[in-house]
Design a protein around this ligand. Structure first.
Ligand code: PLP
Length: 214
């Protein structure tokens, strides 16, 4: 049951020692509106999506329900306008071009779009994200853009090394006292992430069960 799973994930969050307020994002990629509705009925407000096309259908379905949508997947720069129109947060900004387009395309009447820079903390070729040594430059460029509000960082570390990577991210964000958001931790490692300062955790499997992609 999705509502039982949500309770369990929340008690795992509460079992960790932390001082920040932690927001649980239910990662609903590949999930149906019926499954999302179960989570909504259990009080869940924040949802994360990776695939633009399926996410827009779901966002439209739940229009007016007060849900908060986070885009957490890879961004093709020709798809930014739909992201800017439909989401409240974007966690996966990894280049200035994408940030610029999101800023240009965001309707100012919607208020600023919340942005996180995705950091490739372990320098993995297979992963998108900005390497730590390039973060300062992209932060300065993004901070000057209107219509978006840079709130902090997101990362997906290598599972074998996640504790060290989370610690590196904690150190990185400490250099930016105006940032208030650190998105890290998933089903398998949310406790460690929270212990290292995460305040947005992205959990899919432990809420909705195993994903099947067919
Ligand atoms: C799928 C996904 C998650 C959720 O992962 P689970 O292991 O199912 O909790 C979190 N973050 C990102 C970026 C994802 O793509």
């Amino acid at each position: 049951m999705i509502s039982d799973n949500l309770k369990q994930v929340k008690s795992r969050i509460d079992s960790v020692q932390f001082s920040q307020k932690v927001e649980l994002i239910a990662v609903s990629k590949t999930r149906s509106t019926a499954e999302i509705q179960e989570a909504v009925d259990a009080g869940q407000v924040h949802f994360g999506e990776n695939y633009l096309q399926e996410s827009i259908e779901k966002i439209n379905f739940f229009k007016g329900s007060g849900l908060i949508w986070h885009f957490i997947g890879p961004i093709q720069s020709n798809k930014t306008s739909s992201i800017a129109d439909n989401f409240d947060w974007v966690h996966s900004v990894d280049r200035i071009k994408v940030a610029r387009r999101l800023s240009d395309q965001r309707n100012p009447a919607l208020g600023a779009l919340n942005i996180l820079i995705q950091v490739n903390v372990d320098r993995e070729e297979s992963k998108s994200g900005v390497e730590i040594q390039n973060v300062e430059e992209i932060v300065m460029e993004i901070e000057s853009l209107p219509n978006i509000c840079l709130r902090g960082f997101m990362t997906i570390p290598r599972p074998e090394n996640s504790k060290n990577s989370f610690a590196e991210m904690k150190h990185l964000i400490s250099k930016y006292p105006n940032f208030d958001s650190l998105s890290m931790g998933m089903s398998s490692d949310l406790e460690v992430a929270i212990e290292h300062g995460a305040n947005l955790v992205r959990v899919g499997t432990d809420i909705f069960g195993q994903r099947s992609y067919n």
